[in-house]
Ligand binder design. Structure first.
Ligand code: KG4
Ligand code: ZN
Length: 350
């Protein structure tokens, strides 16, 4: 079964062709980073206009790269929630038009749910990914979400905890802006933190715990602590903040990254000692799983707890259409097919 996956929830216009929910024949992502860079953040109106311009060329390019004609598509899956409403509407409208004109099923996919699935995708028939043994613990760390889930199957997912303020990716982006790094902040901060001679212990930033046993996340306190470390505490009578030299910026970046990643690992441990006790697999997805320190710490945790870790390659950590088509296959198998009344919704259903 060949599914066309369409994604337009934020600032990436993406389309992919995925067979049997696994084999990625083509995945095309048209990033709008250049359009939003001068505003240091995504401007919704610019994003939706760019989606309108790029949607059809992106779908055409995916079809061409896969060598697949429209008639060979068995279903059309689209990320219809959560996201910027104007952006989502472009993908949803394109998917409806294609599904209707081809007489093929339409599948509405939750973008956050699809991030959880992204580690199951592979480029060719030859490189197989073993099926996941459920229940599994799930983690989504992205620009809009930071959550943990208990998965009973790919379609039966229960949320264990979520951020009560900022998402981790948002914190990376804001901290990067405070340190004067260009947009998009997360990958640039990752690179700066990894520069030679950097000390990740230089600043004692808070690792949020919230309350004993809490499975929720919080990153706003950490973000403020970084701001004060970089610019000084407002009204403080003590010593002013050290000069923000290149070395100090790198130390702050590394110290922030360590605290943010440790907060995620701490909550995963709590989940593994609590409601996810006994799971054999940890599945993780979302843009921040491209982070080098987080990838290393997740591998370490998996080894320590004898867990199988399912992680997307960095190219599928960030938003893409392949994860939408991949999860769409399982939703279709479970009979969760939409009709032309499918709506774009700003919030996640998970
Ligand atoms: O999943 P995604 O592409 O979009 C959302 O669904 O939000 O995630 C984007 C987020 C951004 O905040 C970006 O800065 C962050 O993922 N990100 C990273 C890295 N690569 C992307 N954060 C830290 N380190 C990275 N290497
Ligand atoms: Zn995303």
């Amino acid at each position: 079964m060949m599914i066309l996956g369409i994604e337009s929830s934020c600032d990436e216009t993406a389309a992919a062709l995925v067979e049997r929910g696994e084999i990625v024949h083509a995945s095309v992502v048209a990033s709008q980073t250049d359009l939003h860079a001068e505003y240091a953040g995504v401007v919704p109106e610019i994003a939706s206009r760019a989606h309108v311009e790029r949607m059809l060329p992106t779908i055409r390019e995916a079809l061409a790269r896969a060598g697949v004609g429209l008639g060979m598509i068995d279903a059309v899956a689209v990320g219809h929630r959560p996201g910027l409403i104007g952006s989502l509407l472009v993908g949803v409208s394109a998917a409806k038009a294609l599904a209707w004109s081809l007489g093929r099923p339409l599948i509405g996919v939750d973008h956050v749910h699809a991030h959880l699935y992204s580690g199951m995708l592979r480029p060719t028939e030859a490189s197989g990914v073993e099926a996941v043994a459920f229940p599994a613990l799930g983690l989504v760390v992205s620009g809009g979400h930071t959550s943990m889930y208990l998965l009973e199957s790919w379609t039966d997912v229960k949320r264990l905890g979520a951020t009560i303020d900022d998402a981790i990716g948002e914190a990376f982006d804001k901290v990067a802006a405070v340190l004067g790094l260009p947009f998009p902040g997360g990958p640039n901060l990752d690179r700066l933190a990894a520069s030679p001679g950097t000390n990740a212990q230089a600043c004692e930033f808070p690792i949020s715990r919230i309350a004993p046993g809490s499975l929720d996340f919080s990153f706003s306190g950490l973000k403020t602590a970084v701001l004060y470390a970089a610019r000084g505490v407002p009204g403080a009578r003590g010593a002013p903040a050290p000069e923000l030299t290149a070395a100090r910026r790198a130390d702050i970046a590394a110290s922030f990254q360590r605290a943010a990643v440790e907060a995620v690992i701490l909550k995963l441990r709590r989940a593994l000692d609590g409601p996810a006790n006994g799971v054999g697999t940890l599945v993780a997805g979302g843009g921040v799983t491209a982070n080098s320190l987080l990838r290393a710490r997740l591998s370490g945790l998996a080894a320590e707890r004898s867990l199988r870790l399912v992680l997307p390659p960095p190219s599928l950590s960030i938003d893409n259409g392949a994860m939408i088509a991949g999860l769409g296959y399982h939703l279709h198998g479970a009979g969760r097919v939409a009709d032309l009344s499918l709506r774009a919704v700003p919030t996640s259903a998970l």
